[in-house]
Design a protein around this ligand. Structure first.
Ligand SMILES: Cc1cc2nc3c(=O)[nH]c(=O)nc-3n(C[C@H](O)[C@H](O)[C@H](O)COP(=O)(O)OP(=O)(O)OC[C@H]3O[C@@H](n4cnc5c(N)ncnc54)[C@H](O)[C@@H]3O)c2cc1C
Ligand code: FES
Length: 256
């Protein structure tokens, strides 16, 4: 794993929804090496442990990365307080990204809530050949729909309460989409959502990769904080979400 740490200028800060921010950061070396599905570890001033945030966008030409994150606690609140022009302390790119097929294959990306951002760069690889199924609690938490549409993706937005898009969970929209052929499914979101997506992928015999979230310490495989249970050939193994993931083949993941 090749990564670097540095202070990089925050070029653009946007407020996408209540407590959800988009940062575009100038860091050419990280952008050059990054692949979709990886994450960066961001330092919040005053905290010793960094906060993991997925790469939502990678622009190798302009040397920028984009992260989209929600304020969950004190760390993300401090990070959200940074202003354009200030420096962001970043360690990255970290972890393993998604397996990408040829761009002419049919891909489905499924994101739930703050699991939607890592799906954007993955969908960009497939453009019009991607179906983006993105779900939120309510209209006021919905983000990035326009970005997926701009990529040419068949974008299907769902809300739990029906205040925007289709009413219901992303798994229902996925079930409908699977009436047509697909080559691969990628997913990131809450555990129950991932479990539902993985079950549908298995039922339809489609390769599926999921991005997992675990609390993290070091982010580079040294502290064991992010251990998760996986299975291969009937044998159970403990793996590190930071170093072995955060992307795993769906057949490997043990949902507790
Ligand atoms: C690989 C990876 C990628 C991630 N990508 C994104 C992203 O793109 N956008 C985004 O908004 N968030 C993302 N997260 C979650 C993000 O790291 C946490 O929300 C953040 O660390 C919380 O820090 P805090 O100091 O604000 O909150 P804390 O005060 O540490 O915690 C506040 C709340 O957040 C929850 N929390 C803390 N850490 C995590 C975690 N790792 N995963 C889930 N919930 C957590 C806690 O249970 C608690 O309820 C990612 C996490 C991982 C592991
Ligand atoms: S966060 Fe330290 S080993 Fe994964």
């Amino acid at each position: 794993m090749s990564y670097r740490q540095g202070l990089y200028p925050l070029l653009k800060k946007e407020n996408l929804a209540k407590n959800i921010y988009s940062f575009t950061i100038l860091c050419p070396q990280i952008a050059e090496e990054a692949v979709c599905g990886q994450f960066v570890h961001v330092k919040a001033q005053g905290f010793s442990l960094r906060r993991p945030i997925s790469l939502c966008g990678i622009d190798k030409q302009n040397g920028t990365i984009r992260i989209v994150f929600e304020i969950r606690g004190e760390g993300t609140k401090v990070i959200a307080g940074l202003r354009e022009g200030e420096l962001v302390d970043i360690l990255g790119p970290l972890g393993n990204g998604f397996t990408l097929l040829s761009p002419d294959k049919k891909a489905i990306v499924v994101g739930g809530g703050i699991g939607v951002p890592p799906m954007l760069q993955t969908a960009a690889h497939y453009g019009e050949n991607a179906t983006a199924i993105i779900g939120f609690r309510s209209a006021n938490a919905a983000i990035l729909e326009r970005d997926f549409k701009t990529l040419g993706c068949d974008t299907r937005l769902c809300t739990d309460d029906g205040t925007m898009g289709q009413k219901g969970f992303v798994t229902q929209a996925l079930e409908t989409r699977l009436n047509q052929p697909a080559d691969i499914i990628y997913a990131c979101g809450p555990g129950p959502m991932l479990k539902g997506v993985v079950a549908l992928a298995k039922q339809h015999g489609i390769k599926c990769e999921v991005s997992l979230e675990e609390r993290m310490g070091c982010g580079v495989g040294a502290c064991l904080v992010c251990a998760c249970k996986t299975v291969k050939d009937g044998q159970e193994y403990m793996k590190h979400v930071c170093k072995d993931g955060p992307v795993f083949d769906s057949g490997e993941v043990v949902f507790e």
